[in-house]
Structures are given as structure tokens and as C-alpha cells.
Design a protein around this ligand. Sequence first.
Ligand code: B12
Length: 428
Amino acid sequence: VEIILANNGFRVVNLGIKVPPEELIAAYRSHRPDLIGLSGLLVKSAQQMVVTAEDLRAAGVRCPVLVGGAALSAKFTAAKIAPAYGELVCYANDAMRGLDLANKLVDTRTREATAAEVQAAQARLREAPVRVAATAAPAAAPLIRHDQPVPTPPDLKRHVVDRLPLEEIFPYVNPAMLYGKHLGLRGNLETLLAAGDEKAKRLRERVAAVENELLANGAMRARGVYKFFPAQSDGETIFLHGPDRGVTESFTFPRQSTGEGLCLADFVAPRATGLTDYVALFAVSCGDGVRDLAERWKAEGRFLDSHILQALAIEGAEAFAELLHRRLREMWGFPDPPEMTMSERFKARYRGVRVSFGYPACPRLEDQEKLFRVLDVEAAIGLRLTEGYMMDPEASVSALVFHHPEARYFVIPPGDLEAFERRLAAGA
Ligand code: B12
């Protein structure tokens, strides 16, 4: 977003990440910008925007605000952020929409009409009736069986991986994400390259050059920590056992009230079976050293390289998670069949499933704290958890791995999520 605005005549003052409202207000007063931009990756940061909007209003700021980010929506902007600010707040679903809005809002000829258009659309969104989900059949009793032998992990030690060679990680980077989501390439990279597409070719070469530079200078450090835990379930809760067989931690998950009636805890053997089951937990990061280098490259005018570097770190973290998950399957005794392709792996066509806190089936980002505690993540790899449960550095992934052959991704309908949060808040 910064690069696109800057390349189109805007001067961008980037205040960085985790900017408290006071700092934003002070920066507003000293720079007097035409527009304020807010970005947030997680639902928590979207919620923080409401607080920031209220603080801006209280401080008498009236400048138009542009907002964007993965967990944000036009609806949330209309229903929560804009009313909290009381002035114009525009949602941009991508950087080009942000540029378009910015251009129209700084031009006195188009400003009024654009503001009126956005506000009218937001009023319609606020008035839109809340969609009630079609009543699906109530959930059947969960059908996940636990009558097969449980695969045993080779050890229950905590493993710390420092400086995993990047050449092992790069092949696990999903090109659709790297090129499509982050570097703005339209279409499939391989298809475009095969067709001799010049843009795709140049971008691939640039990415390869950045990869080579990172391999040579060692600036991006890949670190991870993982451990297998004995585990059992009871209802919607999974209990992790420590060395003395006592419970060291527990995680509770929501259950679908309709359809298959699934809950993540179903993938772990219930206590009542008397079986000892296992789950693996991990945290990985490719962010160490990246922010400084990205800033340095930007200061040197290497804007595209800086952007590629950050995208490589983010997708590198996801790639590291994919690679580590594959190794866990091997350690567990069920390696992927040799003919499995990377593209099948990206579609999770292997045995078991890897979920992360903050995902629909395990929505409680707060549980990151428990994962960080049982793995002692910060001491192991220097990865920190912020008050908002964001991992710092950003290019990091944490996960919970299940081995059950029937383990799979599923969604929890919004109503079930709300009921789950209410139950937890009530201490049930
Ligand atoms: C790639 C990705 C990651 C990357 C990093 C993402 C990043 N940018 O830092 C990695 C693999 C590291 C990651 C990790 C995690 N992720 Co993630 N991730 C995604 C994913 C698939 C895409 C996000 C992305 O980067 N898109 C590409 C960028 C360029 O797009 P963008 O951020 O939306 O920005 C564009 C627009 O929004 C707009 N924009 C953004 N800001 C602004 C600001 C202004 C002013 C303007 C004008 C425009 C604008 O312009 C940008 C460019 O076009 C989303 C799901 C999705 N499909 O969106 C989940 C998602 C964001 N992740 C999610 C989660 C839960 C996580 C983790 C917590 C999981 C975990 N436990 O490990 C961690 C958190 C990491 C941390 N540091 O704490 C959830 C968040 C939901 C929640 N509960 O908050 C999502 C929504 C997935 C989901 N449906 O559950 N993730």
C-alpha cells in the first residue's frame, strides 16, 4: 500500500506496526496529512481500529481515514469503525482501491461526491438485514472413531530448530500465495512462464535474486520449536499430559451445532477409551532480521526487493510450517507417499490436519498464550507474543497437529462461535 501510494505522488509517513492512538494523534498534529491510513491483519487489530477511531474523534481529528487488512470487511467498517469516528472512514479491499479512494479524496472536484457515495453505501450496509443462516439439520453424534492403533511419536522432547537452511524452506513456499496474493501477479506462475509471459519471468528472476541474496547474507533466520504431547479428549476439551501423566494444559474448542457436529477434540482419543493419544504443537518464524533489512532496502530505494523480502518472510513462515508438518508425519510413522506433489501438499492431501489458533475451528487467539507456555517459545526461539496475541516478528506461524486419518478442516457457523464464547465467558 505504501509503495503504491508513494509511486503515485503521495508522501507516506509510515508509523510502523502496533501504533498506539496517542502516537497516531501526535503524528497527525505534526504532519497534518490529507488522509490517515490504518491497516490490521487479525480480527483483534480490526477491533482496535474502533478504539483508535474513538480516540481520533475525541482528539478533534476530522481527516478522512482509509482502512484495510485481511480480517477487515466493508460491513465491519460501516457498522463499527465509521460510527465510532463520526467522520469519513473508507474501506479498501486492496491497495489499488486505496489509491483510487486517496486520489478522489484529495481532489476537491471529486471529494464531496466520493464521500457521499461511500457514506450512502455504508448506510445501506448498516441497514441490511442480518442474514439468518438457513436452518440446517441438527448435528448428528460425532462419528470419529478411535478403534485403530494410535501412532506413537519417536520422543516427547522439545525440539528447537535454529537456522533451518532457507534452501530447504523455499521449495515449500506456495507460489499462488507469494506471487498471487503478495506480489500482485494475475494468473498461475507456471502457466505464465510456460507461455513466455515477460512480467512473470521478470518477477520470478527478481524473487530468485532476493532468495540468493538471503542465502548468501544469512539475514533471514528461520527458527522453530516443536514437541509431541500425550493427549486425551473429553467432550470439547483436549488435555495435554506432562511427564508425570498429569494434565499440563487443556484447550477447549467450539462444536458445530449442525451438519457433522464436529469439534477438533473429536480427533483425539477420548479419556473413556483408556488410550493414550498424541498431538504435536509448534511455532516457527522466518521474521528474525527481516524488518531491519526491509527498511534498509527501502531507504536505499530498493522498493520492490523490500516488498519481495517481506512477502518471502511471510510465506517462508507458512512454508516452514508445511515442511515441519511433513517431518512430523514422518516422525510419527506415516510419511507422505513418494508420489505426492507439492501442489497436493498445499491442498492438505496428506494424513492428519494442522490448525492454528485464530482459525475458524480453533478461534481463540488467547490460547496462543498456552501454546507459548507449554513450548516455552520465547526462550526457545525468541518469538514474542504481544498483548493482542500477535506473534512478533510478524512472519510467524503456530500450530496444533492432529494425526487422525479422518482429521480435516471444517467451519464453525458464526452462531456456534458466539455461543461458544458465551459459554467460556460464563466459565462453563
Ligand atoms: C498470508 C497470511 C498469513 C501470513 C502473514 C500475513 C501477513 N501479511 O503478515 C502468515 C503465514 C505469517 C500468517 C500467520 C498468521 N495468521 Co494468517 N493469514 C494469511 C492470509 C492467508 C492472507 C493475508 C495476507 O497477507 N494477504 C495479502 C496481503 C497483501 O493482503 P492484506 O493484508 O489483506 O492487505 C491488502 C488489503 O487488505 C489492503 N490493505 C491492507 N491494509 C490496508 C490499509 C490501507 C490504508 C489501505 C488503503 C489498504 C489496505 O491492501 C493490501 C494489498 O492489496 C489470511 C486469510 C486471507 N485470505 O486474507 C490469513 C489470516 C489473516 N490469518 C489468520 C491467522 C489466525 C493467523 C495466525 C494467528 C495463525 C497462527 N496461529 O499462527 C498467524 C498470526 C501471525 C502473527 N504474527 O501473529 C486469520 C485471522 C483471523 C483472526 N482470528 O484474527 C486469517 C484471516 C485466516 C483465517 N480466515 O482464519 N498469516
